[in-house]
Write a protein that binds this ligand. Structure first.
Ligand SMILES: Cc1cc2nc3c(=O)[nH]c(=O)nc-3n(C[C@H](O)[C@H](O)[C@H](O)COP(=O)(O)OP(=O)(O)OC[C@H]3O[C@@H](n4cnc5c(N)ncnc54)[C@H](O)[C@@H]3O)c2cc1C
Length: 463
């Protein structure tokens, strides 16, 4: 790995100030501390400096210099990662895209948008609503598009619209040596050449830095219905997930909450959920008739699996409150358990194996015998987030939580799944890479060496 760079030389600072303006290069303690950690439990590392580029030319010039002088560069979007992805563990430069936050062009007739990487997806969607369009991937936090592309983020709407990887058409990327490349096309299909767009999506800023992207958009839905369904048992709820997806029903969202999560969310006063294993579903359609048909079938499949409560027709305002509340799961859990810390696990398995994944993960978290142990998941795409409790400042308790998390990852891998459905590898999942990827990990290393021979881009991640 590249040697750590805890401080920058005067020459380097002078170069950065000359290139992007002195007021956009910071070495002050608060800027460095703010960019030293994400939302995870991983240890903070201070960068030597934080820069705020405004143009692709700025990014290119900085990378060219850093590459020549072996200075680590870590891109920064909103810092909402939960696996340590943007922590600058080798110091050097953190490149924050705060100033590159514009919508460049909306293509109304093609349902596409060109954006800079620093724009936050919620802010972007608020602007796109004026065009009757939206970008569906929705991680709970207000993440940046650059960070979402780098982590291949997903969210509640993935069953209907896919993850980030399914919604990126074109990228402008600055390589480690400062070269600028454009890859992909605005045509929705292409068979031309290696698929470099998808090489960069999910690469966590280790292969290149994204300075612009063309994203797929969708019309805001005309007709929709949100559903709350509760079950006697967790096994029943998760079997219903497999049944609904296996029947080819097309919910755009299908979320699983265990009873502890439902109880926690009820403390927000936003919505009254049954405190039982629960599924939240949403259907979109061009006609009310199509939705009614899907709801009837979904209810039948839920009833077959011990459904005790099925509420359809949640109106627009209530539905917005429901999803807002769902997105606050982690904050509410932490708020309600001030003496407990949590590891956020992120595993995924084929949806037919979801009942087994959930059952085994439940056994692991219950064995910890701590309050707040709970599970929530983007069930429609086989993704589960066990929230694993431990006592802060208690090494043995933390070690037990880490052990439980490892056991859950191994369950997911055994079921044909993955160590991370959407949060990325960061620092937290590096240890599982050999088990998940086997010999192809060496090919990934070769790609990294080819694109970033000096290892300046987000060092210490992925491998
Ligand atoms: C409460 C909460 C809920 C969450 N829920 C979800 C969820 O449902 N689904 C989900 O997927 N995630 C979720 N996350 C995790 C997080 O929001 C996502 O991983 C998100 O993609 C991170 O984006 P960011 O802008 O914060 O990126 P950062 O954390 O700043 O960076 C993420 C990675 O992207 C790299 N990067 C940033 N910008 C660029 C760029 N321009 N070019 C190249 N690399 C770049 C960084 O170096 C880093 O490796 C949640 C987080 C929180 C705190």
């Amino acid at each position: 790995m590249i040697s750590p760079v805890p401080i920058l030389s005067d020459d380097a600072l002078h170069f950065l100030q000359q290139t992007i303006g002195a007021e956009f290069v910071s070495v002050n303690a608060s800027d460095r501390a703010y960019h030293a950690r994400d939302q995870s439990f991983h240890r903070a590392h201070l960068p030597a400096a934080v820069v705020f580029p405004e143009t692709t030319a700025h990014v290119s010039a900085i990378l060219k210099y850093a590459n020549a002088h072996l200075i680590p560069v870590t891109a920064w979007g909103a810092g909402t990662s939960i696996e340590g992805n943007p922590i600058p563990i080798a110091g050097g430069i953190v490149m924050d895209f705060l100033r590159m936050d514009k919508i460049l062009q909306v293509y109304d007739a093609d349902f596409q948008v060109d954006v800079q990487p620093g724009i936050k997806y919620k802010d972007m969607n608020a602007k796109l609503a004026q065009h009757g369009l939206f970008y569906p991937p929705d991680p709970g936090a207000n993440a940046s598009i650059g960070g979402m592309i780098a982590n291949n983020a997903a969210g509640t709407r993935t069953p209907g619209y896919g993850a980030t990887k399914d919604n990126v058409l074109r990228l402008e990327v600055v390589l480690a040596n400062g070269d600028v490349i454009h890859t992909g096309t605005r045509a929705v299909k292409t068979s031309s050449g290696y698929d470099l767009v998808h090489l960069f999506v999910g690469s966590e800023g280790t292969l290149g830095i994204v300075t612009a992207a063309t994203l797929k958009l969708y019309p805001l839905p005309e007709h929709f219905s949100a559903v709350v369904a509760s079950f006697e048992t967790i096994a029943g709820a998760t079997r219903a997930v497999s049944a609904i997806m296996g029947a080819g029903l097309g919910p755009v969202a299908l979320e699983f909450l265990d009873p502890v999560t439902a109880r926690n969310l009820n403390t927000t006063g936003e919505f009254k959920l049954p405190e039982a294993p629960t599924l939240l579903l949403e259907f979109h359609s061009a006609t009310p008739h199509a939705i009614e048909h899907e709801l009837a079938l979904a209810q039948e499949l839920c009833n077959d699996n011990g459904c005790t409560f099925f509420e359809t027709g949640v109106g627009r305002a209530e539905r917005d409150r429901l999803w807002k509340m769902r997105h606050s799961t982690y904050e509410v859990l932490v708020r309600n358990h001030p003496s407990i810390s949590f590891l956020v696990c992120d595993v995924a398995a084929p949806v037919s194996k979801y009942p087994e994944l959930v059952a085994e993960c439940e056994r692991e978290i219950r064995a910890l015998s701590l309050p707040g142990a709970s599970m929530v998941g983007h069930a429609g795409d086989g993704n589960l987030h066990p929230l694993v409790p431990y006592l802060p400042d208690d090494e043995a308790s933390h070690a037990r939580a880490v052990q439980a998390l490892g056991n859950m990852v191994r369950v997911a891998l055994r079921l044909g799944g993955t160590a991370t459905g959407e949060h990325g590898v960061g620092l937290g999942k590096i240890q599982f890479m050999p088990e998940e990827h086997g010999a192809s990990l060496e090919l990934m290393r070769t790609i990294k060496r080819t694109l970033d021979p000096h290892g300046i881009l987000n060092p210490g991640k992925m491998f």
